[in-house]
Design a protein around this ligand. Structure first.
Ligand code: ACO
Length: 399
């Protein structure tokens, strides 16, 4: 890599790289990704090892602090999180102001940003570890509020004797009228999904977090910006789009070929096969491989027969045998099968991207922290101006 950060001063030229397809904006020691070989590692540990052997909180610690925690470090980290799961009751008033059918991603982004009003020392750059703990602790609590209200149910307070994932599931699904027991198959599946989503180097939402944070905006506002960037259908919002697309194919009688044809004519139809293609993976997305297998395992263990799984497999097979997809190296990405698992776990479609946000949170935090510790300059891309040259101002009466 060549550092061209002062190219303009030296030559008078600006590089134009729309979508930053080949522009590195930082040096980072967090996530290694080789898109040609389909390799993904967090802090040097393979995604396959972490997904099969670690807990989401261990991986979160690894991403944020650089090493896998010792037992003592883990206890301190997880106890701190348990102690901060409650959300200030005044946040509820903000939440209550949203329409009942507000999209949960809109609510989440707004509430995370609102946290900066409750912890104003974050804007002074103080007590960063405490703010990190609060974010990790409160995001699952906030995430469950929208779901509970959409069901017309009272929200559940956290139960801090439960671990991170069980606590989330309890806040989501427990009803005051009956006992709720966390199914270990569900908890394990969620653990794997959250780990697979935990970081992915300089993707759109993470770059947004770093860019907003580079102005020295506080950690809550920076992470809220990441939530908002994640919502878009070309990024984390794709998991919701995938299920809606698969449902539509099912309703239409399962005609996979029609959708392949529409996607091949993306330029005229404007239709893209959601869950397919990736900016950096030009080989199989290693996360998709793990998720595809997990989808089979989880559905069979839970005894769920979801016809969209077969449609997804049919779509994948048809795409992988079609020259359009082969030539463009378009493979299933992390979002292609994740929604099928979320659905089997009882999570509604409009919450899928929220689940992604819970998973991605430690990655955003780690990247924000690294950016601040590296004392990176404010992010400020250049442009090539294409507007008018100097024009003469006319008074409004003469226009
Ligand atoms: N369906 C049909 N055609 C596609 C698709 C798709 N899903 N993805 C890319 N293409 C085609 C493009 O039309 C383009 O064709 P062309 O060479 O004839 O012009 C070519 O493949 C390259 O596509 P780009 O848009 O240049 O690739 P880019 O790297 O900018 O986009 C992206 C990557 C946004 C992920 C894209 O593949 C896409 O829109 N996929 C669907 C949405 C999706 O699944 N997003 C989730 C990504 S993973 C994540 O964010 C967690």
């Amino acid at each position: 890599a060549v550092d061209i950060s002062n190219l303009r001063d030296q030559t008078g030229y600006v590089t134009l790289d729309r979508g930053y397809k080949n522009t590195g904006a930082t040096q980072s020691a967090i996530t290694f990704l080789d898109g040609e070989e389909g390799i993904l590692r967090y802090r040097g540990y393979s995604i396959e090892d972490l997904a099969s052997k670690a807990s989401f909180l261990e991986v979160s610690y690894l991403l944020i602090y650089g090493e896998l925690p010792t037992q003592e470090q883990f206890n301190t980290f997880s106890t701190g999180i348990r102690r901060h799961t409650l959300v200030n009751e005044d946040m509820r008033k903000i939440f209550d102001g949203f329409p009942v059918n507000a999209h949960p991603m809109c609510v989440l982004g707004s509430l995370v940003n609102a946290m900066s009003a409750f912890y104003p020392d974050s804007q002074e750059g103080k007590n960063t570890d405490l703010h990190i703990t609060r974010l990790m602790a409160k995001l699952p609590t906030l995430a469950t509020w929208s779901y509970k209200r959409s069901q017309g149910h009272p929200t559940n307070y956290p139960k801090n004797e439960l671990d991170y994932i069980a606590n989330f599931l309890n806040m989501m699904f427990a009803l005051p009228v009956e006992d709720y027991k966390v199914d270990p198959v569900v908890a394990e599946a969620l653990n794997v999904l959250l780990i697979l989503h935990a970081d992915h180097e300089q993707n759109c939402s993470t770059s947004t977090v770093r860019l907003v944070g580079s102005s020295q905006a506080n950690i809550y506002s920076s992470i809220a910006a990441g939530v908002n960037a994640l919502w878009g259908p070309l990024h984390g919002g794709a998991n919701q789009e995938v299920i809606e697309m698969l449902e539509e194919i099912k309703e239409g009688g399962g005609d996979v070929a029609k959708y392949i044809d529409m996607a091949k004519n993306a330029k005229t139809t404007g239709f893209r096969l959601f869950g397919f293609g990736h900016r950096v993976y030009k080989n199989f997305d290693p996360r998709a491989k793990i998720i595809k297998k997990a989808a089979d395992d989880v559905l069979s263990k839970l005894g769920v027969n979801d016809p969209v799984l077969e449609i997804a497999k049919g779509l994948e097979e048809a795409a992988l045998n079609d020259p359009y997809f082969v030539q463009r190296k378009l493979y299933p990405n992390v979002d292609f099968y994740s929604g099928i698992i979320y659905r089997a776990l009882g999570i509604p479609t409009n919450m899928f991207t929220v689940m992604f946000a819970i998973g991605r949170l430690p990655g955003w935090i780690a990247q924000w922290k690294e950016m601040r510790e590296q004392k990176e300059p404010i992010g400020r891309p250049r442009q090539i101006y294409t507007g008018s040259t100097l024009r003469e101002f006319k008074e409004i009466s003469q226009r």
